[in-house]
Ligand binder design. Sequence first.
Ligand code: BEZ
Length: 236
Amino acid sequence: MENDQARPMPRIGDKAPAFKAATTQGEIDFPKQYEGSWVIFFSHPADFTPVCTSEFMTFATLEPKFAELGCKLVGLSVDGLYSHIAWLRTIKEKIEYKGMKDVEVKFPLIEDITMEVAKSYGMIQPGEAATKAVRAVFVIDPKGMIRAIIYYPLSMGRNFDELLRVVQALKTADAFSIATPADWRPGDEVIVPTAGSCGVAKSRMDGKEEGVTCKDWFFCTKKIDKEKVLSTIVKK
Ligand code: BEZ
């Protein structure tokens, strides 16, 4: 597309833009082939760079934790396939970092030398870098809808506890029709959405709704046991 400034960035609540591309694991048809799974689709600035290397080692090491949540990983940079393959081989053969070594990256890494896919996801942010993707994270649900977006600058590696927490929180919100407060973790109190009718709001305030505590009409919480949350959101 000639005028990239005019291209809208995908937003939360949008369908994930569709594309086909070559990856280190073969051709990908995205997000179609991931229907039914959660996906973290992320970009990194460049192969053979240190922050990206630390991130790939961490993504690969935590892949089983994401898989427990039914969440698959897909990476992208504007490098070519041979660069990707050589970099991932070097990581496995030579790099040891924070106790991680012999790390094999098994999830697909997309080649995007035309930057078409990166541009369609708003991963090229020229104020930061015109020829590299920023560190973008798109959390996409089993219906192919974008549910969360996080961007980090080139200089800053991602927080992986937070990426896992985002998937846990979205799955919990969906399963229990609740919202999650600041810094929520499984087992913490959750937010009960504001009641739609005066009668429900009043019975909540009067403590008549089982397990729900209200500080005011707009701030009601309840406890959901950690075991109940985890047995719902973690795949057996
Ligand atoms: C890095 O991954 O180390 C990196 C990549 C691009 C710019 C700065 C740092």
